[in-house]
Design a protein around this ligand. Structure first.
Ligand code: ARG
Length: 458
């Protein structure tokens, strides 16, 4: 019990399995930098209120720097009794600068405010990094959208051919989703970036530490205003995992579209070798494993969120050890999302599109709405023109024609006398997309405007 920082009131030994079960060091050592930084600023706060001398403070900071180098060089030696990153660092500090001074570092602090501080720093740094790679991903999509503005393809609802759209319109749809994700992420970073430090175990700081000073020193934008909340709250973990889940939901749909478009039946796109794998049995196969993993890993991220929500749903207020279960799902989630963005960026920047195939997949039935619109422009109510256009589709089928564009003017007149020779102009895919000029539509200028609007967000 000498080894344990809380060992004073204990006489019995602990079950070795309990030690393993209790320990978080194997995974929370990822936060070593945040933990050392928290202690660096916390001890400045202690010096400011006269609980450490200037000399003690500089000794402590010297020790913290050494520990940081040890972790970075993979030279930190973990010892039995190192329960978590907080106890490990404090134990090591004692070895380096002596336990007399190191023993003052934790004055007024608890691992409860300490861990909440470390986590918020760690999450903040990771989300800022995430923002950067997400931005790069979005810019990659936007650039493709601009470069390939001329390419038309079928747009789908219910996975049935619906209306012609621009390929760039499809790209712009996902760029729009991901830009909303980016903006949502900035809001979450704001909420993560609040300081619990100086809350103590739960009741507050007994020596009147300057919490605003601590917050400033650690780059937080405000202090959490209630000490009980400061140690209780893991909403920032939940929000981060919810953000990740929603983002992965978008990534999953993006991947699903591309998986479908890459099948032999569609053959709209071809994945680069770098993001595909082969079959151990069938020599001809090239499988879109990158996209399938992006789709599959979304489930894993939702699981992290759901699992942790269940862990915390009924815990009483302030700190309970259940909360240690925040780390593994959170870390897994952050790594999975970060890797997913990088892979998705690679996929979309190396993807080949098959313009001819996309455009030859457009069929005249996809202009049935345009045919109805043609009569609307001649003053016929849409409900009526919808019906008339439907009759034209049926008529072409009855006559065994390849499409509605093959109907003669005489055929059209058997259905409605208001058709005239200019109806031929309807049967042009480019003209169809170019009619959709209203904001958000698939006309060239409308798509370029969408892309420009997105660019203005960064
Ligand atoms: N390893 C712990 C965690 O991650 C640190 C906080 C421990 N606090 C305590 N009162 N036992 O939650």
């Amino acid at each position: 019990n000498e080894l344990r920082l809380w060992g004073g009131r204990f006489t019995g030994a602990s079950d070795p399995l309990m030690d393993l079960y209790n320990a978080s060091l194997p995974y929370d050592k990822k936060m070593y930098e945040a933990d050392l930084e928290g202690t660096r600023v916390y001890t400045q706060g202690l010096e400011k209120i006269g609980l450490l001398t200037k000399e003690e403070l500089s000794e402590i900071h010297r020790g913290l720097d050494i520990i940081k180098e040890e972790w970075a060089a993979n030279l930190f030696v973990e010892k039995p009794g190192d329960e978590d990153i907080h106890t490990a660092n404090e134990r090591r500090l004692g070895e380096i600068i002596g336990r007399h001074i190191a023993g003052k570092v934790h004055t007024g602090r608890s691992r409860n405010d300490q861990v909440a501080t470390d986590m918020r720093i760690y999450v903040r740094e990771n989300l800022i990094k995430m923002s950067e790679i997400l931005k790069n991903f979005i810019e990659t999509i936007i650039k493709r959208g601009e470069n390939e503005i001329d390419v038309l393809m079928p747009g789908y609802t219910h996975l049935q051919r619906a209306q012609p759209i621009r390929w760039s319109h499809w790209l712009s749809m996902y760029a729009t989703y991901f830009t909303e994700d980016y903006k949502r992420l900035q809001q979450i970073i704001e909420r993560v970036n609040k300081s619990p430090l100086g809350a103590g175990a739960l009741a507050g700081h007994p020596y009147g530490i300057d919490r605003e000073f601590l917050a400033q020193g650690l780059g937080f934008n405000e202090v959490i205003g209630n000490s009980l909340t400061a140690v209780s709250d893991r909403d920032f973990v939940v929000e981060t995992m919810f953000w990740s889940s929603l983002f992965m939901n978008h990534i999953s749909r993006f991947s699903e579209d591309l998986i479908i478009y890459s099948t032999g039946e569609f053959n709209f796109v071809q994945l680069a070798d770098a993001y595909s794998t082969g079959s151990s049995l069938m020599p001809q196969k090239k499988n879109p494993d990158s996209l399938e993993l992006l789709r599959g890993k979304s489930g894993r991220v939702f699981g992290c969120l759901a699992g942790f929500m269940m862990s915390i749903k009924s815990i009483p207020s302030t700190y309970n050890k259940d909360m240690q279960e925040d780390k593994e799902p959170l870390f897994d989630c952050l790594t999975t999302v970060e890797h997913s963005i990088l892979i998705a960026t690679g996929v979309i920047s190396t993807l080949k599109i098959n313009k001819l195939r996309m455009e030859s997949s457009l069929t005249m039935d996809m202009l049935a709405t345009d045919l109805a619109d043609y009569l609307v422009r001649k003053g016929v109510p849409f409900r009526e023109t919808h019906h008339i256009s439907g009759e034209c589709v049926r008529k072409a089928e009855e006559l065994g024609l390849s499409g509605i564009d093959q109907l003669s003017l005489a055929d059209f007149h058997t259905i409605d006398p208001r058709f005239s020779d200019d109806v031929k102009a309807v049967f042009n895919f480019e003209a169809s997309v170019e009619r959709r000029t209203a904001t958000g539509g698939t006309a060239r200028q409308a798509v370029l405007k969408q892309l420009n609007r997105l660019k203005a967000e960064f």
